[in-house]
Design a protein around this ligand. Structure first.
Ligand SMILES: CC(C)(COP(=O)(O)OP(=O)(O)OC[C@H]1O[C@@H](n2cnc3c(N)ncnc32)[C@H](O)[C@@H]1OP(=O)(O)O)[C@@H](O)C(=O)NCCC(=O)NCCS
Length: 158
């Protein structure tokens, strides 16, 4: 994987390029458009952690984590408190390790905040990202969140 991979905050200079990021047309039902996610981040700035994924100067994707500001390490039921909210890798940039990089970066940020588990939900089925998340070590919890399945990753396993 390229050593020039990094995350950047969304800024006035890059926000329009971010809104133009597109997954493949057949994947549109799997994830909200970036502009939608950025509107949600604007509405919940203390919870959302939106970042652009760059390979050198090339914008290749968008990731957004959520952090529950009420997180209490002594609270036993912290399972659905923090994790991946959105992940959009550009259609012609998929399959190059960028998704894995973004998930690992979110896990790192969750660890930095003193938490030990990453949660994600996804549209079930072979056409969705299930194999990707299972490959990265997520396990299905058996729960549903709306019409999406819930996966979690113990950060000791990353
Ligand atoms: C799912 C998605 C984020 C994966 O990103 P990506 O950059 O293409 O994935 P990576 O290249 O980092 O893949 C990491 C590993 O998962 C595997 N993988 C990725 N997608 C896979 C798939 N559909 N089926 C099987 N394996 C898959 C890769 O082969 C790779 O394995 P390796 O490390 O052994 O080579 C990307 O395809 C995407 O944006 N999809 C559309 C939107 C979406 O579904 N987002 C998730 C919403 S919850």
């Amino acid at each position: 994987m390229s050593s020039s991979l990094h995350l950047e905050k969304v800024t006035p200079d890059n926000v329009e390029a971010a809104c133009l990021l597109k997954v493949r047309p057949d994947q549109d039902g799997l994830v909200k458009p970036v502009a939608w996610s950025l509107a949600q981040a604007y509405a919940a700035p203390e919870v959302a952690w939106p970042r652009l994924i760059f390979d050198g100067e090339r914008l290749v994707g968008f990731v957004m984590a959520f952090f529950d500001v009420r997180f209490d390490p002594d609270e036993p039921d912290d399972r659905l408190r923090s994790g991946l909210w959105r992940l959009n890798i550009a259609a012609d940039e998929q399959g190059r390790g960028y998704g894995r990089f973004a998930v690992e970066a979110v896990c790192e940020e969750i660890r930095r905040r003193g938490q030990t588990r990453t949660t994600v939900t996804w549209v079930p089925g072979a056409h969705g990202p299930e194999k990707f998340y299972l490959k990265l070590g997520f396990r299905l919890t058996g729960e549903m969140s709306g019409d999406q399945v819930v996966g979690e990753l113990e950060l000791g396993d990353v």
